[in-house]
Structures are given as C-alpha cells and as structure tokens.
Design a protein around this ligand. Sequence first.
Ligand code: NAP
Length: 486
Amino acid sequence: MTEHENRVVSGVQKRLFIDGKWVDATDGATFDVLDPATGEVLCAVADASPQDGRAALDAAVAAQPEFAALPPRERADMLTGAFELLHERIDDLALLMTLEMGKPLAEARGEITYAAEFFRHFAAEAVRIDGGYQTAPAGGSRFLIARQPVGPCLLITPWNFPMAMGTRKLGPAIAAGCTSVIKPAHQTPLSMLALMDILSEVGVPAGAVNCVTAMDAGGVMEPLIRSGLARKLSFTGSTKVGRMLLEQCAEKILRTSLELGGNAPLIVFEDADLDEAVEGAILAKMRNMGEACTAANRLFVHSSVIDEFGRRLAERMAEMPVGRGTEDGVRVGPLIDEAALQKVTSLVDDAVKRGATVLTGGSAPSGPGFFYPPTVLSGVPRDAEMVGQEIFGPVAPLTPFDTEEEAVAAANDTEYGLVSYVFTNDLRRALRVAEALETGMVGLNQGIVSNPAAPFGGIKESGLGREGGAVGIDEFLETKYVGIKM
Ligand code: NAP
C-alpha cells in the first residue's frame, strides 16, 4: 500500500457503530479485509457476536418512536447533508472502495455519485409522503388514509456495490422515518463504516442507524430476524441466501424486500445499430468487471450479424486494460476473491469443453490478485453451465438465434427475472419484445438501467419489491386506514 492508501484506510473506524457510538465487538474479535488486487490484508475490522447484533437492534428499536416523530424536513436535511459530504469526500471514498473491492477508481467514483444520488432522491421523497381522505361509497363515513414508517429495519448488503446498495436502503429508510441495523458484506465493510461517520456528522440521531460487521452473517442476523423486534428485512444478495431469509422472515411475518440474483439476456436483432449494440454490450457486461446482478449473462445475437458483432465486441474487450484499480487507465480490476476466480475459470472451461470458441481472453493470468481477462466466447451451447447461472465475471457468451420468438423464449428460459437488454431499430418489435420479456426491467438500446429515480427490481426468483423511483419509499411505509363515522 502507498502512504496515501494507508492514510485513507487508517482514517476509517474499524468498529461497530451502535447507538451513535463506535464500540469493539464484545469479545474483541476481528476479521481481516483483503485487497483483491494483491490478496494482502488491508486491515482488520470488528467481528460482531450475536449479542452485538442484538445490542444494535435494541438501539434501533429504542430510537424508533423519536425518529419517526421528527419533522420530515429534518430527515430530508440529513439526507441532503450526507449527499453533499459524499461528494466532498469522493476521492478518499472511491479509493477506499477500490482497495476493498477492486473496481477501477473511475468506477468507484461513479458508484459514490450513484450512491449519493439515492440520498438526494429520497430527501425529496421524505417531504412528499402523502395520504388520503375520501367519502365512503355509501356516504356517511369517511376514510382517512395515512402512511407511517414500517418500524425498525434489518438491512443486508452485498460486496459488489459496497456503498450504493447501502444508500439505496438507508435513503428510503431515513426518509420514511425507519431506524435500522445495516450489515455490509464481510469482504467490503469499509465503505459502509465510512458512511456511518457521515450520517453521524449530518445529525442522524443515535440509534437511528447502526452498523454491524461480522464474519458469521447468519449467526448474527438470524436471531434478529426471528426476534420479532425488527419489522422489516431489506436484503440484496444471492437468490440462495434471499430464499433462506424469506423463510426466516415468515415466522414473524416481516415486511420483506429482496433484490436477488440475475441472469440477464441481451438480445441483438438483425436491424440493430451494431455500434450501439457493441457499446451497450460492453456497458451491460463490463460494468463492475461483470460482477453485477444486472450484468448481461447471455448474449443472443441474430445469426446474420453474430460474426460481425462478435468480432467487434472481442476487439473492444481485448483492448480494456486489466490491473489494480488504483492504477491509471485500468478498466478491469480483479474479481472479489479466490472463490470468484475459480468459479469464472471453471464456467469458461466448461463452455469450451462443450464446444464454445474463445474470441478473446479465456484464461486467468498467474497471481497475485484475483484477475480474469475480458473474455468473449462464441457458439456457447444452451446446456453450458454459464447459461444457467450468474457468471459474475467479465465473460460474454454469444449464442445465435434466427427468429424473434426463439430469442424471447431463450431469454425467458431461466428462473431469474431481473433485467434484459434489447437492441433493435424496429419500434414495434422493441415494444413487443419488452412486453414479452419476463424481467422487472428492460434496457432498450442501452446497456445500463440503474437510476435512483427509476424503480429497480426483479420478478420470478430475482426478488420482491422495488428500490428507488417514486415507489422506493413505499417499501418502508405502512398504510393505515382510519374509518370515521360522521
Ligand atoms: P450473498 O452471499 O447472498 O451475500 C449478500 C449478503 O448477505 C452479505 O452481506 C452476506 O454476508 C449476507 N449473508 C450471507 N449469508 C447470510 C445468512 N445466512 N444470513 C444473513 N445474511 C447472510 O451474495 P454476494 O455474493 O455477496 O453478492 C452477490 C449476489 O448479490 C449476486 O447474486 C448478485 O446478483 C446479487 N445482487 C443483486 C442485486 C440486485 O439489486 N438485485 C444487486 C447487487 C447484487 P457475508 O458476505 O458477510 O457472508
């Protein structure tokens, strides 16, 4: 680590943030955070015990009534203040994120901007929570409809967007007046810990937001979910863990929002603008080194243009510099850890064994760090393992199709339903296909859909609920109806 990197890592609290204070784990336990570009230890952070988790939830429960009673404008001002501080500190926060997660600095800066935007968006929503007043159809009585905060929330986030997946939950929770306990992924706790200082500085009251870092996520979170003290779980992560958490939430009927895995199809029709399609595919595939739930995982290209599309895509991907995300010009950082590298390696080997052709990339360089090169595979058969699961790496598998019906059927042939991408210049086809695709979001002639002002979320096994947009705050509000006899 350079002196500057050292200073940035040292500047972050490595303890638990409970009831407005920084505290050690009860037994003083810690775990290591690694730099995925080198495999070396960056620092150690507190490893919460179940008792620490309970202390955090108790603090959130105790803070709930007063936090809910604050004027919405005050909560909005906190969010606006945090939006501004995120921008003021963007250089250090981006470096911190690159060090713990690996993404190139430019992408880390992009994520801080995106993360901050959730606070700006929900600052505006905080003061627009509305209700209703209505005459009963038969006359006589009146209906008063009010919106109230759900109550204390448990928020669990993944490592791939260490800041934005947190602000996407904390923004609406704070706006709605819900207190929370947030648990970031063990690989990337530092960004969230840095955010706790920011929230504290802008006046978020003690106990309103708490943060626990832990190696044993299930051991700490399951008792909290089952306690019945929290009223909501908002989770972003894998479908496997999400399914398990949904079962745990069933016991006390917690409100549940789940942002889970994806297996995004990207369809290029024969009438598409190929330059635009290649550009879109690069964005949809290579953002975050392919470690995104929204990453294009299966590229279906019309057989009349697949050779040309593959050639152009491979050429562009081969040019992308791979390296430590802190270095100038690097476009592709390391994968998150050894397990991720092994998984991508084995998925590519499997596809090649089944007959796929490597157009670029295809094998990992020797260490240190968990690097995998941008890879394009053509002729990937539909029974290849990578077609059925998230690759979560910089690998673009191309498969030809001949008819629109065939493309749509192949795209929908998955239990996931997060996002799909469609490239065509035929307006009717674009709308027809967008309607037929079984996904919560569709990118039409664009390779990116994430926007804090739009409702993000999936259908099928990709999740429940939406984050962002005008509906994002609904996930943190209950509707109360008061019947009034006149
Ligand atoms: P993951 O293994 O499901 O972990 C996500 C979070 O859940 C982490 O904080 C993890 O903690 C925690 N966790 C793991 N086991 C748990 C348990 N038994 N009880 C409570 N919490 C538990 O997923 P990941 O590998 O970090 O993230 C990648 C996945 O997230 C991919 O499937 C991706 O598609 C999905 N994702 C979805 C979206 C979306 O918006 N739909 C966005 C980003 C990512 P530890 O890491 O500390 O174990």
